[in-house]
Design a protein around this ligand. Structure first.
Ligand code: SF4
Length: 106
């Protein structure tokens, strides 16, 4: 699990540091910083999720997890909407009829 803290929306109540003091350090004004780069170990995951869910400002987010490579798929990259559109509109080289078009708009 990896988390990110958006300090621009943080309200500074410190709930995150109460739940996961090993992941959040508080500055002298009561605002948190992530300790490290946001990597959360398995042992830290429960308090990290509690901090994430209890943050009143939704300032803590879980970064997406890369997926292992599927057979014939792309490794670890979530497909975006534009990439999906491109994949659908590309001619299929295995289909000899593909691309001849009937002139119909569908
Ligand atoms: S719980 Fe959320 S709003 Fe409160 S200090 Fe932590 S990040 Fe900021």
């Amino acid at each position: 699990m990896r988390i990110k803290l958006d300090r621009t929306v943080c309200d500074g109540f410190g709930t995150c540091a109460e739940h996961a003091p090993e992941l959040f350090s508080m500055d002298e004004w009561g605002y948190p910083s992530l300790v490290g780069a946001g990597e959360v170990t398995d042992l830290q995951e429960a308090p990290a999720r509690r901090a994430l869910l209890d943050c009143p400002a939704h300032a803590i987010v879980e970064l997406s997890v890369r997926q292992p490579m599927a057979a014939g798929g792309e490794a670890g990259v979530a497909r975006t909407a534009s990439a999906a559109r491109e994949a659908r509109s590309a001619p299929d080289p295995a289909d000899p009829g593909e691309g001849r078009g009937s002139g119909a708009p569908w």
